[in-house]
Structure formats: structure tokens, C-alpha cells
Ligand binder design. Structure first.
Ligand SMILES: Nc1nc2c(ncn2[C@@H]2O[C@H](COP(=O)(O)OP(=O)(O)OP(=O)(O)O)[C@@H](O)[C@H]2O)c(=O)[nH]1
Ligand SMILES: [Mg+2]
Length: 225
């Protein structure tokens, strides 16, 4: 029961409950893609709903939380290692099948991005908002993705990550640097079912601090069947 609640909690908070999605995480190396993948997979969510549960529930929750935390920290220890080979990762959360790709952002890895383009439901493009020197490089990669014919109708969630770091770019700065100022399609609920315009929006976040990306996923979820 706890596991069901926990799985439901994560998916519900991302707006992906009852969705079957194939989502590709892309971005330059060091942007935070692997960290995001681990947050989705091992992130622990607490809720006031749990407060009325029995002692047995609490004990089992506690043990499981410790286990999950240990798993998460073991994974975190590895996550500062750049992803050398492109890896795909399929996993289910609860009854929902969730497919994500974590592709290294290095030159060789970039060349294989296109192998994953077919039948994508969404692209999550992660940018290190603190690394302003690489905005131009990130913009070039994003532009080439946006001009891919096979991705023409695929929604793009653009995450400006690492806003916990001092002097990281503001949303306006990031939009301007990426040439997105007049090209995003609007936050909140924006119906685009019968339009040829691709849903695209920028959300600032700190994946490490579990801030901001949930709103981004909720926005994205409205465009996933
Ligand atoms: N301060 C801060 N650091 C972060 C955040 N998210 C990720 N990082 C760190 O940024 C570094 C790179 O993160 P990764 O998730 O490995 O980046 P990646 O996009 O998978 O990189 P490649 O595998 O090389 O493509 C790691 O040291 C993370 O701990 C964040 O929100 N804030
Ligand atoms: Mg990685």
C-alpha cells in the first residue's frame, strides 16, 4: 500500500499519472540529465496523507525510506561522472510505464541522439543555467534539435537547471541567450491540439534541490496522451 501511494505520489506530482510516455532527456554534458533521471527514479516524496497510517505502516515506511535514501545516495555518488556512452533507461513507476533516455552530452554522444528521435512523446532539454559560457553551444544544439523534421510536433520542456548556485542566469536571461524570447508557447494550460505549433516552454529549476522541475513536468504532461 505504501509503495502504491509512493509511486502515485511521484507520478501525480509530475502530472504523469495514467500516462504512457517516451521521454528523451537531452542537453550538453554536465547539465544535470543523469541527476534528473535519478530524482525521478529514486526521489522520495512525503505527504500529509500518510500521517494517519498505523504504526506498522510507519515502521515499514521508515525502513523503506532509509533503503531508498541509501540507494539514492549510492547513485548520487556516481552521478558526477559524465555519461560516456549513451544509455537508455526504461522503468515503470507504479502501473505507469515510463521510458527515459539519458544521453551523454559529449560530441560522440550527440551524434547518436537522432537514433532516439522516432516515436518520442517529449523532449526534456536540460541547460546548466550557471554555465553562461556554454549558452551559445547549448543554443546551437537546441536549434539543431528544433529544426529536426522528425521532432517537428514533439513538445519541448526546457529546464534551466542549477538555480541554487549564485549568479546563475535568470529565466529572462536564459530565454534571451537561447533565442527563445518570442518562441515559447505559454505556461499553464494552453490548448494546442489542433495547431501545428510545437508546445515549448522554459522552466527554471534546481534538480538537486528538487525545485521547479515538477511544474515543468506538469506543463508537459498536458501534451502527452
Ligand atoms: N548545484 C547544482 N548542481 C547540480 C544540479 N543538478 C545537477 N548538478 C550537478 O551537476 C553535475 C553534472 O550532473 P549530471 O547529472 O551528471 O549531468 P549530465 O547532464 O548527465 O552530464 P553528461 O552525462 O556528461 O551528459 C553533477 O556534479 C551534479 O551533481 C543542481 O540542481 N544544482
Ligand atoms: Mg549523464
Amino acid at each position: 500500500m505504501f509503495l502504491v501511494d509512493w509511486f502515485y505520489g511521484i507520478l501525480e506530482s509530475l502530472g504523469l499519472w495514467h500516462k504512457d510516455a517516451r521521454i528523451c532527456f537531452l542537453g550538453l554534458d554536465n547539465a544535470g540529465k543523469t541527476t534528473l533521471l535519478h530524482m525521478l527514479r529514486f526521489g522520495v516524496r512525503t505527504s500529509s496523507l500518510y500521517l494517519h497510517q498505523s504504526l506498522v505502516f510507519w515502521v515499514s515506511s521508515f525502513v523503506l525510506s532509509i533503503f531508498i535514501s541509501i540507494m539514492f545516495h549510492l547513485q548520487s555518488l556516481k552521478q558526477s561522472e559524465p555519461t560516456q556512452q549513451p544509455t537508455s533507461d526504461d522503468f515503470s513507476i507504479g502501473s505507469v510505464h515510463f521510458t527515459a533516455f539519458d544521453l551523454g552530452g559529449h560530441q560522440t554522444a550527440r551524434r547518436v541522439w537522432k537514433d532516439y528521435y522516432a516515436q518520442l512523446d517529449a523532449v526534456v532539454y536540460v541547460i546548466d543555467a550557471h554555465d553562461k559560457e556554454r549558452f551559445a553551444e547549448s543554443r546551437r544544439e537546441l536549434d539543431s534539435l528544433l529544426s529536426e523534421e522528425s521532432l517537428a510536433t514533439v513538445p519541448f520542456l526546457i529546464l534551466g537547471n542549477k538555480i541554487d548556485l549564485p549568479y546563475s542566469a535568470s529565466e529572462e536571461e536564459l530565454r534571451a541567450s537561447l533565442g527563445l524570447t518570442n518562441f515559447t508557447t505559454g505556461k499553464g494550460k494552453v490548448k494546442m491540439y489542433h495547431s501545428n505549433v510545437r508546445p515549448m516552454e522554459v522552466f527554471m529549476c534546481s534538480i538537486a534541490r528538487k525545485m521547479g522541475y515538477g511544474e515543468g513536468f506538469k506543463w508537459l504532461a498536458q501534451y502527452i496522451e
